[in-house]
Design a protein around this ligand. Structure first.
Ligand code: C2E
Ligand code: MG
Ligand code: MG
Length: 424
């Protein structure tokens, strides 16, 4: 027994082994049920500190933090250091939880002889029926939230946060299953030339029909796929499917196909090669493909720009999507490797439901002309009056519910007549 204890020397004098702390939480859960809290602390950039300054500097930092936190605790509280450098704290009372955490974060953060340690913290109070593990994982969830905000932040886990975490996890699981079973599909929305109403292209839009959720909006599943890495697979499937559909409905020759590409896909060095391979397999000329990327993706990194440059060299055109949302700057039109701009509905319509703002249209056209950018598309066009206004202002192309809603290939790619849309 004694030998056992001596081999389990706590990492630092102020702390106990994680296993001891977990046993303590389990006992509290069994014997008391509620009336205690668990907090988890993380040192900002701890892994980088350890890998760049070495283990002893990192250990000195944790020791200092542990000692300083411990000096503010009650005798029945318990602190432990986890192998990843985070710290777990069991508070014997949940009173004034948030205020105490702020104090501990402030007290624990500071300099060693070599480095500054900035703490963040997440915490959860025990609820009736919780076992110890549940309280610890809620505290970890709260810490993740704090980590997403700013260093120094304190988050106490509440029900909405837990619900949204559950929803996120279950969306991730369902999406993965849908992708593996190839249940995602693609709809197409026409892009129309405003002088005459000819369909010049189609945008491929991913669609997820789920038995329980119904049609899940891409605005929720695409960001999820970007977070969990599925976007690479989804993006390639959408591209292949769209190329196949376009070939199948031969009536759409001489029109372009536009696919949305996320910044995560562009970070993959194999991306351009995969796109060119898919085009080759389907026998589609590169100049019939458009890639839509957001401006932030274009500005993201040298690697993603290199992928775009490679695609453009092969003849594929690059369009900036949703131009005018986020942090667009007109100057960037000149600097970026692009061939076209899709002007967002938000930029065109300063005040809903007003008409397109002529100043915006003129400014973008002028700038685009100066930069040799030829494809200018107004997005989100919802009425005949908007179409007429845009046409009168010399806008070459438009896309929107008024000109055609996104629809399955069997309908969208077989547009009535010879591909003419009546703008009125
Ligand atoms: P986006 O690329 O800007 O696509 C246009 C969105 O606006 C589509 O929403 C379309 O249905 C909608 N829209 C079209 N016309 C109108 C209109 O007149 N009024 C209004 N209010 N909306 C209109 P959707 O299909 O829900 O897609 C949302 C976003 O999800 C897309 O925005 C795109 O950023 C992303 N997305 C969709 N499919 C893919 C994909 O395969 N890969 C990637 N990376 N992103 C995708
Ligand atoms: Mg788009
Ligand atoms: Mg768009």
């Amino acid at each position: 027994m004694t030998a056992d204890l001596t081999t389990r020397v706590p990492a630092f004098s102020a702390t106990v082994e994680p296993v001891t702390l977990c046993e303590h939480v389990a006992t509290l859960a069994n014997e008391r049920g509620t009336g205690y809290a668990v907090a988890r602390f993380a040192v900002y950039d701890y892994r980088e500190i350890r890998s760049s300054l070495g283990t002893s500097a990192a250990t000195e930092l944790l020791e200092r933090i542990g000692t300083r936190i411990k000096s503010r605790l009650e005798p029945a509280d318990m602190l432990s250091v986890l192998p990843d450098g985070d710290m777990l704290l069991v508070l014997d009372s949940p009173d004034r939880l948030e205020k105490r955490l702020h104090e501990l974060v402030e007290q624990g953060s500071g300099w060693t002889s070599t480095v500054y340690g900035q703490l963040s913290a997440g915490a959860a109070t025990a609820r009736p029926g919780d076992d110890g593990e549940t309280v610890i994982s809620r505290a970890s969830l709260a810490l993740e939230d704090a980590g997403r905000r700013a260093p120094g932040t304190v988050t106490v886990c509440g029900t909405p946060m837990e619900t949204s975490a559950h929803q996120r996890v279950s969306l991730d699981i369902d999406l993965r299953r849908a992708v593996e079973a190839d249940r995602l599909t693609v709809h197409y929305q026409p892009v129309v030339a405003l002088d005459g109403g000819r369909i010049v292209g189609h945008e491929a839009l991913a669609r997820w029909p789920d038995q329980e959720r119904g049609w899940v909006s891409p605005d929720s599943f695409i960001p999820a796929a970007e977070r969990n890495g599925l976007i690479t697979d989804i993006g390639l499937r959408v591209l292949r499917r769209a190329l196949r559909d376009k070939r199948r409905y031969g009536c759409c020759r001489n029109t372009w196909l536009s696919v949305n590409v996320s910044v995560v896909q562009l970070e993959d060095d194999a991306f351009a090669r995969q796109v060119l391979h898919a085009l080759d397999q389907e026998g589609m000329p590169p100049d019939e493909l458009r890639i839509e990327v957001t401006e932030s993706a274009l500005l993201a990194s040298a690697r993603s720009r290199a992928q775009l440059i490679e695609l453009r060299r092969a003849g594929i055109r690059v369009l900036v999507d949703d131009f005018g949302t986020g942090f667009s700057s007109l100057a960037s039109v000149r600097r970026l490797p692009i061939d076209g701009i899709k002007i967002s509905r938000e930029l065109l319509h300063d005040e809903e439901p007003g008409l397109p703002d002529p100043t915006v249209v003129r400014a973008v056209r002028l700038l685009a002309a100066g930069a040799g950018v030829t494809d200018i598309i107004a997005e989100g066009v919802e009425s005949a009056l908007e179409v007429r206004t845009l046409a009168a202002l010399g806008m070459p192309y438009a896309q929107g519910f008024h000109l055609g809603r996104p629809a399955p290939a069997s309908r969208a790619l077989r547009w009535p007549g010879t591909g003419l849309v009546s703008p009125n």
